[in-house]
Ligand binder design. Structure first.
Ligand code: LFR
Length: 490
């Protein structure tokens, strides 16, 4: 069959990337044609995404793809949960909030008191992150924007709306909102009603792999392409796309999608909605092809990147970052471990409340040796991440009743050799690391199938990734007492 060539937009909280992707019968290739920094901006009223700036960069990137070859499709994935509101004319009502904004403090507790934790979980199957879209909307109740809202669009769908003029909610991302009924496969309208939320703002759901629409004529002209180029609703949740790109050759794998967040879990055929899963606070997000991503959010490399920012090393080159991590690798193992998922690590580092001091304070509180130097803090963070990975990989396997052969690490964090080795050690399983751009690959593969590539199922997509990308293998080493370290973190 003819090669398919697409633009894959993959947006992360700290950087956005636009890739050209090409699928032939024997390979999938991606090329990064545009990368730009991203970050939420604090202003008087809250912490917001610069969504117009992001859109401009996205257009720029797509133009790059279009000028370097044929363009058969466009797909967008991004971090989940955050949204924009449109009024009835389709105008954006204000800036989208970042989920790290403090307006949701205490909201989840109120909703739980009103609905009940068990019922919330039975309906949505979603873990209790304080910033779930549900809680953001409850926090926004009574606001001028929510009152004027006609439509709520998750960020990839908002950008897609500007490209096509068609509003919709792609299902993998919709499932992360805690507004989606995991049993019915529909918006949880009843839940919204009970919480006084305007459920009519929830747009029609669309399946990953469906076509969202052709480009608006003006947009097509601006991009220098014909208007029949489709925008494909890929797994628009970045984690959904990343899991498609996991080069697994077996069913018995766990994955860690490692970027700003680390998403640690399993791919399953059906959700696990048991009481134990709820108490372990595991989430059941939807994947591509009706799969379920049974996983746990771990406050990933965010803590380290916010420490780096705080140390004034923003312009630290990759090499220097590597040397900090390399030095940390030689530092005493498991000297200090903290609960890396402590809510106090969620908010961006500020001068008044710097991330390294929060890490030290958590250590002090837990009776651990308090790390002071950047190297000690870095080591504490990577050890604590590995401890969290161990706990959640094992818990996921227990809860789902599966035996694991391997842990796949994909995303930016798969380049962190120290962390990959510690992950293998902590989990007592081999780690296969890479590809770095799994989300973009998943995006490209789902588009490819929608555009006629012969990729009948996830296994075919993964086999193409395996044929096209090398992975690095880490064997578990003995020596350190991970069980003890895990027990120290409660
Ligand atoms: C990863 C991710 C996670 C989601 C978090 C917030 O980039 O999409 O899956 O929980 O960002 O949206």
């Amino acid at each position: 069959t003819e090669p398919v060539r697409v633009a894959a937009v993959d947006l992360g909280a700290t950087s956005g990337r636009v890739m050209s992707g090409r699928i032939t019968d024997s390979r999938v290739e991606i090329n990064e044609l545009h990368r730009f920094p991203n970050g939420a901006v604090p202003v008087r009223d809250g912490l917001f995404w610069d969504v117009l700036g992001i859109y401009r960069e996205v257009l720029h990137g797509i133009r790059e793809v279009a000028t370097t070859g044929p363009l058969h499709g466009i797909g967008i994935d991004s971090w989940a949960i955050d949204y924009g509101l449109l009024d009835r004319d389709g105008q954006l009502l204000g800036l989208p909030f970042s989920h790290r904004d403090a307006r949701t403090d205490g909201v989840a507790e109120k909703v739980v008191a009103e609905i009940g934790a068990a019922e919330l979980y039975a309906t949505t199957g979603i873990q209790q992150l304080p910033f779930n879209t549900l809680y953001q909307l409850v926090a926004a109740r009574g606001s001028a924007a929510l009152e004027a809202a006609d439509t709520m669009l998750l960020l990839p769908d908002l950008l897609g709306f500007w490209l096509t003029g068609v509003a919709g909610a792609e299902r993998t991302n919709a499932s992360t909102t805690q507004l989606y009924d995991a049993r019915a496969g529909e918006w949880a309208v009843d839940l919204c009603r009970r919480l006084g939320l305007p459920w009519s703002i929830l747009p029609p759901l669309r399946d990953p792999g469906s076509v969202a629409g052709p480009l608006l004529p003006d947009v097509a002209r601006d991009l220098g392409v014909t208007a029949d180029v489709p925008v494909v609703a890929v797994g628009s949740h970045d984690t959904a796309s990343a899991v498609v790109g996991v080069p697994a050759a077996t069913d018995r794998f766990a994955y860690i999608s490692s970027g700003t967040w680390s998403l640690v879990g399993l791919e399953l055929d059906r959700p696990v909605l048991t009481e134990q899963a709820r108490l372990a606070d595991f989430t059941n997000e939807l994947g591509v092809d009706g799969t379920v991503r049974f996983l746990k959010n771990v406050t990933g490399l965010w803590v380290l990147s916010e420490c780096l920012r705080s140390w004034g090393d923003r312009r630290l080159k990759d090499v220097e970052l590597r040397s900090l991590i390399a030095t940390a690798a030689e530092f005493e193992p498991l000297r200090t471990v903290i609960d890396i998922n402590d809510r106090r690590l969620l908010a961006p580092s500020t001068v008044a409340d710097p991330m390294p001091e929060r890490v030290a304070a958590l250590a002090r509180e837990a009776g651990e040796l308090v790390p002071h130097s950047p190297v000690a803090i870095t080591r504490c963070i990577v050890d604590s991440l590995a401890v969290a990975y161990r706990r959640h990989v094992r818990t996921a396997a227990d809860l789902a009743g599966v035996t694991l052969d391997v842990v796949h690490v994909v995303g930016g964090g798969s380049q962190n050799e120290v962390l990959c080795q510690l992950t293998a050690d902590a989990c007592g399983l081999p780690v296969l690391a890479g590809p770095v751009e799994a989300a973009a690959l998943g995006n490209v593969l789902v588009q490819g199938r929608a555009l006629g590539a012969d990729l009948p199922d996830l296994a075919a997509m993964r086999s193409l990734v395996r044929r096209s990308y090398d992975v690095r293998r880490y064997e578990p080493r003995g020596g350190a007492d991970w069980a003890d370290a895990e027990a120290r973190v409660r």
